[in-house]
Unconditional design. Structure first.
Length: 90
């Protein structure tokens, strides 16, 4: 499971979202889907729950969503905004 790193603050609006890492002094802008994913992470949703929710909301196959979500989560992790692993227990 992924968790938002300490020192990371975020806000979401109709255009997407903003993430501030106060420890690194960096600001990141998210599009609407990215902001939705980040909000789900804040709610401690699992990767599978996030994928299923986006698939349902946007009527896109879970396989397509999974690839994009995993790339996004890996990017967040590289930037130090989230911690965790790609593996989930069943």
């Amino acid at each position: 499971m992924y968790a938002v790193s300490a020192g990371v603050r975020s806000t979401r609006n109709e255009d997407g979202g903003i993430v501030l890492d106060i420890n690194q002094g960096k600001i990141f802008r998210l599009n609407g889907i990215g902001a939705l994913i980040f909000e789900q992470l804040r709610r401690r949703q699992t990767r599978t729950q996030i994928i299923n929710e986006i698939s349902r909301q946007f009527e896109i196959s879970a396989e397509v969503v999974e690839t994009d979500v995993m790339e996004f989560l890996e990017s967040l992790q590289r930037q130090g905004l989230v911690q965790g692993c790609a593996e989930e227990s069943p």
